[in-house]
Design a protein around this ligand. Structure first.
Ligand code: NAD
Ligand code: WQD
Length: 337
């Protein structure tokens, strides 16, 4: 299949591109490099044994996208491109609505103009918010508490409406839980710019000596050790979930929603312990106040994805930590090195 991958130079997109190329698909990455480096794509080619094509463009640029569809003639799109920093989205909401929501509308219009009727979209478990109790099944109530979360919620609605109106359109909405880890080669991984927003990259930089210590946001949650529980999924398992979803929506039109997680809740302290074991380094940490907006627990009901996609996460937290240690120690400055 010919797959156009938006945001394919980024963290999840680069790992998914490797899996697509390895399975024999042809890949065109469209990415504006606003949060990534072209070096990731050089390494994708090295790992897959052949390159993805690449066009540097914003997904909201209709003319550039149109030219990409003319030259590449994709059968399907996997749409990763988007801004993802929750805090930044509260400061720059219009940027998030333009880069995430408006760009997706442009993408759907260009797809329709070229008769491309298959799209897999990166949504987020953030849409479950605190409206119900985990484990979250796909039919649980959804909402959002920040502009980033609203962009995911709105795009899900746009995709459902577009699929309802177009009998040829097949949509997979994938709600990711907490992606972690790196390719086992240590060649590609997560390369956050500035201070990492997420737990694992922060822990990795503390272990590597780039930061002095970790703040643990609250130990007074109603959880076994008092720290927050999350569903951490290895990025290669997540990547493989996209291939399963792409195959499944090839069977017919309609809009489907699937959780991609492990279903296994893990605490912040368990993550620290696993990373210490993998790295052999003691991670200094301090318990501080809860982070505003955090929920006590978020983890997936994975039964729908298992049943309908024949997919389940295979890799452990220990493996994700070992792979992150390899990525971090081989690339102390990420792709910049
Ligand atoms: P990332 O920032 O590493 O990758 C996103 C890529 O898209 C980057 O290469 C960036 O340069 C590019 N990009 C951003 N906006 C663009 C635009 N308008 N046009 C073209 N390129 C654009 O992020 P990631 O972690 O790989 O996330 C990929 C997707 O998964 C995002 O949509 C994100 O919201 C979603 N997601 C991520 C997580 C997570 O924790 N990493 C969790 C749930 C959902
Ligand atoms: C995990 C746990 C923190 C950092 C976010 C987004 C969500 C999704 C995934 C995109 C929590 C604790 C963290 C630190 C800590 N992204 N923590 N010290 O908040 O579950 O989800 O990323 O869609 O939308 O909100 O992930 O990695 O930030 O936090 O104690 O320095 O680690 O409180 O319990 P989160 P996270």
């Amino acid at each position: 299949m010919r797959v156009l991958v938006t945001g394919g130079a980024g963290y999840i997109g680069s790992h998914t591109s490797v899996e697509l190329l390895k399975e024999g698909h042809d890949v065109l990455v469209v990415d504006d490099l606003s949060n990534s480096s072209p070096e990731s794509l050089r390494r994708v080619a090295e790992l897959a044994g052949r390159p993805a094509e690449f066009i540097e463009a914003n997904v909201g640029d209709a003319a550039a996208l149109d030219a990409a569809f003319v030259s590449f003639r994709p059968d399907a799109v996997i749409h990763f491109a988007g801004r993802k920093a929750v805090g930044e989205s509260t400061q720059l909401p219009l940027l998030y609505y333009r880069e995430n929501v408006a760009a997706t509308v442009t993408l759907l219009e260009v797809m329709a103009a070229h008769g491309c009727g298959r799209i897999v979209f990166s949504s987020s478990a953030t849409v479950y918010g605190s409206a119900s109790e985990p484990p979250f099944a796909e039919d649980a109530p959804t909402g959002a508490t920040n502009p980033y979360g609203w962009t995911k919620h709105m795009i899900e609605q746009i995709l459902a409406d577009a699929a309802a109106a177009d009998q040829e359109l097949a949509v997979a909405v994938l709600r990711y839980f907490n992606p972690i880890g790196a390719h086992e080669s240590g060649r590609i991984g997560e390369d956050p710019k500035g201070v990492p927003n997420n737990l694992l990259p922060f822990v990795a930089q503390v272990a590597a000596g780039r930061r002095t210590g970790l703040q643990v946001f609250g130990n007074d949650y109603p959880t076994p050790d008092g720290t927050g529980l999350r569903d951490y999924i290895h990025v290669v398992d997540l990547a493989q979930g996209h291939l399963a979803a792409l195959a499944r929506i090839g069977e017919g039109a309609g809009c489907h929603v699937w959780n991609l997680g492990t279903g296994r809740p893990l605490s912040v302290l368990e993550v620290i312990e696993a990373y210490q074991k993998a790295s052999g380094v003691t991670i200094p940490y301090q318990i501080v106040a809860r982070r505003p907006g955090d929920v006590a627990a978020s983890y997936a009901d994975v039964s729908k994805a298992e049943r309908e996609l024949g997919w389940r996460a295979q890799r452990s937290l220990d493996q994700a930590c070992a792979d992150t240690v390899r990525w971090q120690s081989n690339n102390p400055d990420g792709y910049a090195g």
